[in-house]
Design a protein around this ligand. Structure first.
Ligand code: HH2
Length: 394
């Protein structure tokens, strides 16, 4: 029988000593603002293991018994809010999450698992890597390289062999100043490539489009995710179509449109404004019938942002977690890296690796990258460093 008790004062001190830790630890954490503590006892496998996965990187400190049957968890309210939004959607968990939410007076929802291409993706366990495949003549870093079907499939195969979890196929460049591509042309570029990658390589594919007709055709050809860089602002039908198709959708923040977004981007305060824009997009999706577990959010690096906006968003990426949805970070080879280093697109791989590691530290769930092999290795080290550091075992 699992018991969950909110521990304060003497009870908190008793919990620390039950687990074999010094009471002075409690005082240190309380001083650091970790004021809400819960003592869970009577845990049996697989509960503790899944508890770890859920807690990863949420700013929650955990102390546990050597045999894994008891765990003491502490964090500030905002850390609990972010964690509760993503508690595991599994039996045994509901009562623990509900109990904690009730004690703190926080909303209780279950959004930690997304069904993606026939599998359950447990957000928080590791960082997923999305490999970029631009079937365009003019993308900023790889334009024209994969226009031919054979070259596109071969590049997807290479990225999968290097460890990509899925391939993002795009048929319209969204680089600053880019002109929109007619729907018929985007369909012609994207659909055969999606179909070939899904059929020949059994790969998971997302389609990078803001046009609902392209999203629909790509999903019918086998794509498992829609990636909308306009966060539902580009096509009024997209929300409805995504709901009908029932697949996950990535909602990215953008100020303006690709054509004009870099002309004069302005924010009074970039993080709250991006958060609000993403919340509006997510609410629009929910209102159209998209299930909450099918929403993924993305701050949109370089999409209507100056260098300082991009760097601030990266440094404060973890704040996006308070929205309660998985987070994608797309910094690969972008101008924010080039501007800091003063280097062209072809020489931004190390700078990108730094932003990828920082994204993992900022609790990103997916990173969208060109140089898959290098970034898979970067992610592994960052995951090992950041995702499992808050546990204290005797
Ligand atoms: N960035 C680009 C395109 N699509 N999608 C998401 N969700 N997040 C991003 O950051 C993002 C995106 C731009 O990069 P790229 O595809 O390499 O270039 P281009 O738009 O020129 O094709």
């Amino acid at each position: 029988m699992v018991t969950v008790v909110q521990a304060k004062g003497e009870e908190l001190e008793r919990a620390f000593s039950t687990l074999g830790f010094l009471n002075s630890e409690a005082a240190l954490h309380v001083e650091a603002g970790r004021t809400e503590w819960f003592f869970c006892r009577g845990l049996t496998e697989p509960l503790p293991r899944r508890l770890h996965a859920a807690l990863i990187g949420e700013g929650i400190v955990r102390y546990e018994a050597a045999d894994g049957t008891a765990i003491l968890l502490g964090g500030c309210r905002s850390a609990w809010r972010a964690l509760l939004a993503r508690f595991p959607d599994e039996s045994g968990w509901t009562e623990i999450g509900e109990r904690i939410a009730k004690s703190l007076g926080l909303p209780w929802s279950l959004r930690a698992v997304t069904r993606l291409a026939g599998e359950d993706w447990h957000w928080g366990e590791r960082t997923y890597v999305m490999g970029i495949l631009n079937v365009t003549p003019d993308s900023f870093s790889d334009g024209g390289k994969y226009l031919d079907l054979g070259a596109a499939v071969a590049h997807a195969e290479k990225m999968l062999a290097e460890g990509a979890d899925f391939i993002d196929v795009g048929g319209e460049s969204t680089r600053p100043g880019a002109d929109p591509v007619p729907e018929s042309e985007e369909l012609r570029r994207v659909v055969p490539v999606v179909e070939a990658i899904v059929k020949r390589l059994s790969a998971r594919v997302s389609v990078d489009t803001y046009k609902s007709a392209v999203a629909k055709a790509a999903v019918e050809a086998g794509a498992a995710v829609i990636n909308d860089v306009t966060g539902l602002r580009g096509d009024p039908r997209m929300a409805e179509v995504a709901a009908e198709l029932g697949v996950p959708i990535i909602l990215q923040h953008i100020q303006g449109s690709p054509k004009n977004m870099q002309q004069d981007p302005r924010y009074v305060s970039v993080v709250p404004e991006v958060l609000q824009g993403l919340k509006d997009s997510a609410d629009r999706a929910l209102a159209a019938g998209v299930r909450p577990e099918n929403i993924i959010v993305d701050p949109g690096f370089g999409f209507g942002k100056r260098l300082e906006h991009n760097l601030t968003l990266l440094a404060r990426l973890a704040e996006l977690r308070t929205l309660g949805y998985p987070v994608l970070s797309g910094t690969s080879r972008k101008s924010m890296v080039g501007a800091v280093l003063g280097l062209p697109v072809s020489e931004r791989v190390e700078g990108t690796a730094a932003t990828v590691a920082l994204s993992v530290a900022g609790r990103a769930d997916i990173v969208r990258v060109h140089d898959v092999g290098i970034m898979v290795r970067t992610v592994k080290v960052a995951d090992a460093t950041f995702r499992d550091q808050l546990v204290v075992r005797r």
